[in-house]
Design a protein around this ligand. Sequence first.
Ligand code: NAI
Length: 333
Amino acid sequence: MKVAVFSTQSYDREFLQSRNENHRHELVFFEGKLTESTAPLAAGFPAVCVFVNDKLNAEVLQLLKDNGTRLIALRSAGFNNVDICCAEKLGLTVVRVPAYSPHAVAEHALALILTLNRKTNRAFNRVREGNFSLVGLLGFDLYGKTVGVIGTGKIGAIFAGIMNKLGCKVLAHDPYPNDEVRQFAEYVDLAELYRQSDIISLHCPLVPETQHLIDDEALAKMKQGVMLINTSRGRIVDTRAVINSLKKGEIGYLGLDVYEEEGDLFFQDLSDKIIQDDVFMRLLTFPNVLITSHQGFFTREALTAIADTTLNNITAFESGEGIMHKVTPEHLA
Ligand code: NAI
């Protein structure tokens, strides 16, 4: 099948091309994001393949439909960047990669926690400059601390298990509690989770109810000095509220792998550009904030699984033998 692959980096090309040998799809790679202005590039392609910051709003979907596209294959689990109801109305099939390596993201959340806590990023620079002072590097034992996990699906469950094995007390919140997690964690309401947790990690999807879940009101319920980790989706956190809380010294540590307005920043080398996002730049001024550019998924195992599932999804659609991993409006409920 002829597939227009948007938002491609060298690693996307490498993994998709090597796994495509058995499928033999005609993959055409575009570096740019799919937007209203780049949608015409997909003319004549029955399938487009997109990633987390491609923008598939009603206008883009209509352009795709008018130009002959029938399948949208997401290379991600999250689908908040696609107007699913509009796609359904237009008769466009949307498929995704529901799970690739939940371990990759859960382990990245742990990496953020350990770096923020033990400040290995600062120690790395100090030692290389011959500064062997420990002043300012004081951390705390994770053992015995209380960790609140919001969303205990595939990633959150693994993250909760890791923290349990490190000797933490695990609290969880999810409208659909997970029986395996229940073996070692206590499900509580959000207010209780905020009240007790030393570390809070977000693993729920971005849906209307979770948009700005972490706002002024939620932050006011958290412990003084709390560590907040977001590897889920940027818009779950109200960045301005978090900045205010950091300024007042209420949040002790902030680890982000995702950011509300990451679409204009992440996955690109902007090191010689003037960044115009003042909110993001303010975040970078805090010594207790660590930001990575949406790299939670970025392991060899995950990229292999993403490429395999994406190509299998496209092959299944083309063969007409049954659509795999379809996203429908019911997923929004
Ligand atoms: P999942 O669908 O397996 O689990 C999500 C869980 O969140 C479900 O158990 C669901 O019941 C729960 N949930 C839904 N609404 C909730 C609410 N209001 N409060 C608390 N929990 C709620 O998804 P998975 O695979 O675990 O992924 C979680 C999120 O991680 C994805 O939605 C995606 O946004 C993000 N992600 C980030 C990546 C990265 O590279 N940083 C890579 C992959 C996913």
